[in-house]
Design a protein around this ligand. Structure first.
Ligand SMILES: Nc1ccn([C@@H]2O[C@H](COP(=O)(O)OP(=O)(O)OP(=O)(O)O)[C@@H](O)[C@H]2O)c(=O)n1
Ligand SMILES: C[C@](O)(CO)[C@H](O)COP(=O)(O)O
Length: 382
């Protein structure tokens, strides 16, 4: 069975305020959208994850590995419909069985909770399951600041997402809908689909108003596992006409010597990732004694470390590397290095820092005998 998730993120967040829509605002160190997407990425049984974005926002999003993106519509329901149609149009050969539909604004949801909702739809006894919390407070009707009546709370629930559906059923229900429903349960019920209520989660709040940001930040920080790793590497100069630094080939009067392509910057970054995971170093994973790595391109090592990061449930929050050399000059190549590292990690450019320093002509780097690199990586698990 192939399971998919749609994260709707095409709203404008008018009630939440701020200088940009809520999904792009920084919360506990990273954009709201990244928290939500990371929680879904950590669920092994989801074969596809589609993020539905406002057309204006498409250029600003660098999707992480495996994440797909499609444009949204004018209402939440239209955005969901676009996500469903995208999945239908791109699932030839591997039909989707179940789909989870989630608000990007519910960024405190966890992989455990998403897996629970998935297991409930996979139980196969209902075409739709939706999480909700029974209303526990007394309910009043009010007008002009005055209580004007009371409302029986029996049988009332607060609806949450992710809501889960048999894919073909909810696709057909949305095709018959007028695109104005508040959520997908409303769409399902309009098609006479039975919807089973499953346990909601008080922590699965939706950022709607400005005050919700601090509540969400507290919840995220409470569950966050942050790791920092550092890496250091040196390669000596020898004959050659170029060096490779952080994935970029730079013409130079000499080359760097090493068992691999001697990309000292990428080696330091790779070790920073292994270090943050407490998983040894580059020599342990790729022994210099093994001839298969002779002359290897360093992105192989770096990609391996990046893969271990996600396999262990972490995502990279930022990377920072300092290259120590008199020459070549790094500044003119820093943007290309950021791009090369971004292509491999899926990190936005503004989370990848490339710095350089000379050692004031002191020591082996000052005498231009070699290049040193020092790197730091921060990993986050929610
Ligand atoms: N045209 C729309 C409208 C909403 N959404 C998404 O639907 C979810 C729930 O909507 P809401 O919390 O109301 O978000 P906004 O529409 O962004 O907020 P507001 O109503 O305050 O403008 C959000 O993840 C939002 O991004 C969407 O994908 N497309
Ligand atoms: C789908 C939803 O999250 C269920 O509570 C909610 O209805 C979406 O947000 P909105 O504020 O109603 O647009």
């Amino acid at each position: 069975m192939t399971n998919a998730a749609i994260i709707v993120a095409a709203g404008r967040g008018t009630r939440a305020g701020g200088d940009q829509p809520k999904q792009w605002q920084i919360l506990a160190g990273r954009p709201v959208i990244d928290w939500t997407v990371a929680a879904f990425q950590a669920v092994a049984d989801l074969a596809r994850i589609v993020v539905v974005l406002h057309p204006d926002d498409l250029p600003r999003y660098a999707p992480a590995n495996g994440i797909e993106v499609t444009p949204g519509g004018a209402t939440r329901a239209q955005s969901v419909r676009n996500g469903l149609e995208y999945l239908a149009a791109t699932s030839d050969g591997t039909p989707i069985s179940n789909v989870l539909i989630h608000d990007v604004a519910r960024c405190c949801t966890t992989p455990t909770y998403i897996s629970y909702i998935l297991s409930e739809i996979q139980a196969g006894d209902a075409p739709a399951v939706a999480p909700a919390l029974p209303v526990t407070d007394a309910l009043w009707r009010g007008d002009a600041g005055q209580v004007i009546g009371t409302q029986d709370r029996a049988g009332l629930f607060r609806a949450q997402t992710p809501q889960a559906f048999v894919f073909t059923d909810i696709l057909s229900a949305h095709r018959q809908s007028d695109g104005t429903a508040a959520d997908d349960v409303e769409v399902a019920r309009a098609s006479n689909m039975p919807v089973r209520i499953v346990d909601g989660d008080e922590d699965n709040l939706k950022i709607t108003h400005p005050g919700d940001f601090s509540r969400a930040a507290k919840l995220l920080e409470q569950h966050m596992d942050i790791r920092v790793g550092n890496g250091y590497d040196v390669h000596r100069f020898g004959d050659g006409d170029h060096v490779v630094l952080c994935g970029v080939k730079i013409p130079h009067t000499r080359g760097l010597q090493g068992h691999s392509d001697a990309d000292v910057g990428m080696h330091a970054l790779t070790d920073a990732l292994y270090g943050a995971l407490a998983m040894g170093d580059i020599g342990r994973h790729f022994p210099p004694s093994d001839p298969q790595w002779k002359g290897a391109e360093s992105h192989i090592f770096f990609r391996h470390a990046v893969g271990l990061v996600s396999e262990n449930g972490f995502s990279i929050s930022n990377l920072d590397v300092t290259l120590v050399c008199e020459r070549p000059k790094i500044g003119p190549h820093a943007a290309a290095m950021q791009q090369a590292l971004s292509t491999i990690t899926g990190l936005p450019i503004d989370r990848i820092s490339i710095k350089a320093t000379t050692s004031e002509r002191l020591g082996f780097t000052g005498r231009e005998e070699g290049i040193a690199a020092q790197a730091t990586a921060t990993l986050v698990k929610t």
